[in-house]
Design a protein around this ligand. Structure first.
Ligand code: PLP
Length: 423
């Protein structure tokens, strides 16, 4: 599929004339349409709820849009919990799926009534010790181990992942939690990441539904929800076929009827904790080509760097690039598109065929709406960029300002000299 930016060149030039590059730009229309499709796909399940994985994009202006459709928040840390609470989400709409959890995070999660998803069996005692009790509603994260395969394709390697409890521990945990006063249970698993296939959720659902039937039978625990978590991917590459969320929803319904329905458990709610799928395609990083360099290779130097988008440097991840205004020119130049960090892996693309790039060209780096801005950091003293929302009516709004040097120095209490520098 041809990958095209969600913003026209004309509109982007208008935005860039008002806000300096680099910045992340988000597409309200795309976010809404995708959200509506997800709701429709799971409308057959009355208890369905998406808990948006806040870590993918913790901008309250964007989360608010999802909140309009009844979404909750999936949090992994204290500040994410605080953000969700500050936005007005009530406890039932906040899922806390953490691991290696500090005591104060469990304490705060309990204080705001978030649903706690335990990563490990030892966290039962830890939670009781640090919060004084076990909540009435509780969830456990499951890791069946081994390899997760679809047909003969290995999707991921849960046996090598640090998350979740073994099958034996899960049964043990349910029994212990029940003894300690828990009344309603959830089961959660995240077995493969960024899956670009309609089969992942139905396969995962089958594993979880089957274990749920056994758990309810053997432990008498009342299963309230099954959380399919994240993992639905997006087509970062132009040759990938996007997932069809309606097909995925129908696939989950089929196993739901076959396994849970047949066992008289047709009242179990389905939860999801999607991050990438909700936001990934609806964000892009806009950067300007500020240098060209001809040495052993051809380089284009940008005003963005891995601080703005870490995935290529961290995972070697592919992000499609469009040179704005040159969409119809032949891709007859091979470039490494780089940032300015003193790190040779600070490259948005390596040996990428693109149209001839001139200084001043705007580059759109696609699919940065999830795990883009949020993975940013301050290496080399680089500052994090602004975030801008392109609204449904074509207007645009700054939804996070760019960092300034003052922000960078702000945590150095006692170092006052920087205030004399005139910024
Ligand atoms: C990261 C994460 C998600 C979101 O994953 P995506 O691949 O972005 O959908 C959901 N739940 C948990 C517990 C996570 O760690």
């Amino acid at each position: 599929m041809k990958k095209e930016p969600f913003v026209t060149n004309e509109k982007l030039q208008e935005i860039a004339s008002q806000y300096p590059t680099p910045f992340h730009l988000y597409d309200e229309k795309g976010i809404r349409e995708n959200m509506e499709a997800l709701k429709e796909a799971f409308a057959w399940n009355p208890g369905f709820r998406e808990y948006f994985a806040v870590k993918a994009n913790p901008n309250p202006n964007l989360i608010k849009i999802l909140g309009e459709y009844g979404c909750g928040c999936d949090c992994s840390s204290l500040t994410e919990l605080m953000l969700s609470k500050a936005m007005g989400f009530d406890g039932a709409k906040i899922m806390f799926s953490s691991n290696a959890t500090p005591a104060e995070e469990y304490q705060y999660a309990r204080e705001i009534g978030a649903i706690i998803n335990l990563d490990d069996i030892t966290h039962i005692d830890f939670l009781e010790e640090v919060t004084g009790s076990i909540p009435k509603t509780i969830s456990c994260r499951y890791n069946p181990g081994g390899l997760f395969k679809i047909s003969n394709d290995i999707m991921d390697n849960p046996g090598d992942a640090k998350y979740g409890m073994t099958t034996e521990q899960l049964f043990e945990a349910f029994k212990t939690l029940k003894e300690k006063g828990a009344e309603e249970f959830g089961i959660h698993a995240f077995l493969a990441s960024n899956t670009v296939t309609n089969e992942y959720y139905p396969m995962l659902a089958k594993v979880l539904f089957e274990v749920a039937v056994k758990l309810q039978k053997e432990t008498g625990a009342k299963i309230k929800f099954i959380n399919l978590s994240g993992g639905i991917g997006i087509p970062y590459r132009p040759d990938q076929e996007p997932n069809d969320i309606r097909v995925i929803g129908a696939g989950v319904k089929k196993v739901y009827d076959e396994v849970l329905g047949a066992a008289g458990m047709g009242d179990v709610a389905i939860y999801t904790e999607l991050g990438r799928f909700m936001m990934g395609p609806y964000g892009c990083l806009v950067t300007k080509a500020i240098h060209e360099k001809h040495t052993h290779k051809e380089y284009i130097g940008c005003d963005a760097c891995a601080v703005n988008l870490m995935r290529p440097a961290m995972y070697g991840a592919y992000h499609h690039i469009t040179v704005m205004g040159k969409e119809n020119q032949p891709c007859d130049h091979m470039y490494d598109v780089t940032g300015s960090l003193c790190e040779n892996n600070d490259k948005f693309a390596i040996d990428r065929m693109l149209p001839k790039i001139d200084r001043g060209d705007l580059l759109v780096i696609h699919d940065t709406g999830a795990h883009g801005y949020s993975m940013g950091y301050n290496y080399n003293g680089k500052l994090k960029s602004a975030e801008i929302l392109l609204k449904t009516d074509g207007s645009f709004e700054l939804i996070r300002r760019a960092e300034t040097p003052k922000d960078y120095f702000a945590t150095l209490d006692g170092f006052e000299e920087y205030k004399k520098m005139g910024f």
